[in-house]
Design a protein around this ligand. Structure first.
Ligand code: AMP
Length: 590
């Protein structure tokens, strides 16, 4: 799809026409000096529409800096969405008005194509509450919408996806720390596909040291400055006169500082050291937040170009599994056509990647995904739902320990997926806080142990189990199993299963979906209709059409058996329900 990407700032409008599938850039330019001599956003956008007419633009993607708490994804713009973006103006008074002016002008100039708002904040909008919350009075926070929003989301999402491709898997398989180090700078912890922490907060002032922004300071420092200099001057000092520029007293451009540092300039040296130190600190913090890290990505002006800064940031991280190859680091050059360089030593456990970010391409892709994904899937063939109660898959070795050498499982009843069965045998799960007895084993035996529980079970046991696809148990939660003949402690294997649909290639063709695609599924016909997002499609010849959800999900949609007074899980593994599920649409994020 040919997408016109518009990035409307207060004094300039940048644009590109991008073919979203191939990534080809068909046109690019900038209209400057908006606000001078009567040059308006509207006139600039008209100029751009005229200049790009020959490319046959099919959709327009607008960069919008702040989406507030409401926007979790890029969103097709209508009048209601426009009003919601307007409501975010107090959160980004410098940026959102310009973005809106561009949006309005472009909708007027191109009324017949869809317009999509792509928010810098959206990638972080599902951050866990513990990461997004400032420890201040909750009522005050609510009233003024004071929370951590995060920015640079399109860049973090783009480079994280390229990193996963480079690592040979899906974004949802990896824990990645992305460092966007440009004139603005931020770090992000991308845990199995989601931003779970990021260094910018309510505004783009928090976090890393930047060209002219201070990044983290003691809030007491802000108060002291505000008392002495006034609020506006404090704003100017922290946003425009701090960071590399403030520390060095010279410039916000790292190239200038590196040249001066080489001549012995103390301020330049200090600026470089503080910048690197702060970035290192965040790497350590984010590796801890995610319980480990598979790759570290450096991007944007400094990350892509400064081998010296990369080395300073990544030195002495061997304890994390990071080891730099000095030569590869020195030689690394990335571009839009050749965007990924691995600068880690061959034997390093954690990959270190330099990646050329391309926010325009990401905006074009998200725009195309919204426009295409918005088409509701025509087929309404209902999907049977199976509710998985907590259950255990075991290896031969584990069964030996728990039930005795050479023990064989006794089939209790067959399951819908061919060859699978629920066994007579059960084990007990022992967590740090409590135990859950009588958890059914499913057969046949497998090459890896996997214990699937619900969030409610997780709270009861006192463990933190990640939501994972079946088979992806690396670095999942530990658990102790107790059988009649022995006890087995597993360092990993405990997960909450990712909701998914099994289907044959014929079903997939009928629904118009592909293997590994994510869809929305509407549950209808029950007393509590519900739409599940992020449902993974799994396609194989041997599968039977069926959606698998866990007991918490079933209870939320009022499916399955619920006994009076308490939520009690069926000890039958699978229960067919009468409710209908239909694929409603493809997940826009994919
Ligand atoms: P960005 O905001 O991503 O365009 O990054 C701009 C910043 O990247 C500049 O202000 C410089 O500090 C930095 N930068 C760009 N090229 C180099 C380079 N070759 N060496 C060091 N820093 C660079």
């Amino acid at each position: 799809m040919k997408v016109l990407v518009i990035n409307c700032g207060s004094s300039s409008v940048k644009y590109q026409v991008v073919e979203s599938d191939s990534g080809e850039r068909l046109a690019a330019g900038v209209v400057e000096r908006i606000g001078e001599e009567g040059r308006t956003h509207s006139a600039a956008v008209k100029e751009i529409v005229e200049a790009t007419k020959e490319h046959g633009v099919e959709a327009v993607g607008h960069r919008v800096v702040h989406g507030g708490p409401k926007f979790h994804d890029a969103t097709l713009v209508d009048d209601e969405v426009k009003a919601a973006i307007e409501a975010c103006v107090p959160l980004a008074p410098l940026h959102n008005p310009a973005n809106l002016a561009g949006l309005e002008a472009a909708r007027a100039a191109l009324p017949d194509v869809p317009h999509v708002a792509v928010f810098d904040t959206a990638f972080h909008a599902r951050m866990p509450r513990r990461a997004a919350t400032y420890a201040i009075d909750r009522e005050l926070a609510e009233k003024h919408q004071l929370r951590r929003y995060g920015f640079h989301g399109t860049s973090h999402a783009f480079v994280a996806r390229l990193a996963a491709e480079h690592l040979g898997g899906d974004l949802r398989d990896f824990r990645i720390i992305t460092l966007h180090l440009g004139n603005g700078a931020s770090a992000c912890a991308v845990e199995y596909g989601s931003s779970v922490e990021t260094s910018m907060g309510l505004t783009p002032l928090e976090g890393l040291v930047m060209g002219t922004r201070s990044g983290d300071v003691d809030p007491g420092l802000v108060l002291k400055l505000a008392r002495e200099l006034g609020v506006d001057e404090t704003d100017r000092v922290l946003n425009r006169e701090s960071g590399l520029k403030g520390l060095s007293g010279l410039s916000n451009d790292l190239r200038d500082l590196q040249a001066k540092a080489a001549e012995g300039h103390d301020g330049a040296r200090l600026a470089i050291n503080v910048f690197a130190h702060q970035a290192r600190k965040y790497i350590g913090a984010y590796a801890t937040v995610m319980g480990g890290v598979d790759a570290i990505v450096l991007t944007a002006g400094i990350g892509e170009n400064s081998a010296d800064m990369r080395r300073r940031i990544l030195q002495r991280l061997e304890f994390l599994g990071v080891r730099l190859d000095e030569e590869k680091n020195f030689d690394a050059k990335v571009s839009d056509d050749d965007p990924v360089r691995d600068i880690g030593a061959a034997n390093a456990r954690v990959r270190t990647l330099v990646i050329a970010t391309n926010e325009e391409l990401e905006i074009a892709r998200q725009t195309a995904a919204q426009v295409q994904g918005a088409k509701t899937i025509a087929v309404k063939k209902p999907i049977p739902i199976a509710v998985s109660a907590r259950h255990v898959h075991l290896t031969r070795e584990s069964l030996d320990v728990l039930f005795g050498e050479g023990y064989e499982l006794t089939p209790y009843k067959p399951l819908s997926q061919p060859g699978q069965f629920a066994a007579e045998e059960k084990v007990n799960l022992i967590g740090p806080r409590a135990r859950i007895d009588g958890v059914r084993i499913l057969g046949p035996l497998r090459p890896g142990n996997q214990i699937e529980i619900s969030r409610t079970d997780e709270f009861k046991l006192g463990v933190d189990a990640p939501v994972r696809h079946s088979g992806k148990v690396k670095n999942s939660a530990p658990i102790t199993l107790e059988g009649p003949k022995g006890t087995l402690h597993l360092e990993e294997g405990l997960i909450c299963a990712w909701r998914h649909i099994h289907m044959t290639p014929e079903d997939a063709a009928a629904y118009g979906v592909k293997d590994k695609e994510y869809v929305e599924v509407a549950i209808k016909g029950g007393p509590r209709d519900l739409i599940f997002g992020d449902v993974l499609v799994r396609v194989k010849d041997s599968y039977a059409l069926e959606m698998h959800i866990d007991t918490d999900e079933a209870n939320a949609a009022e499916l399955g058996r619920i006994s009076e007074g308490d939520i009690v899980y069926t000890d039958v593994y699978v229960e067919e329900t009468q409710a209908e599920a239909v694929i409603q649409s493809k997940s826009p994020a994919e």
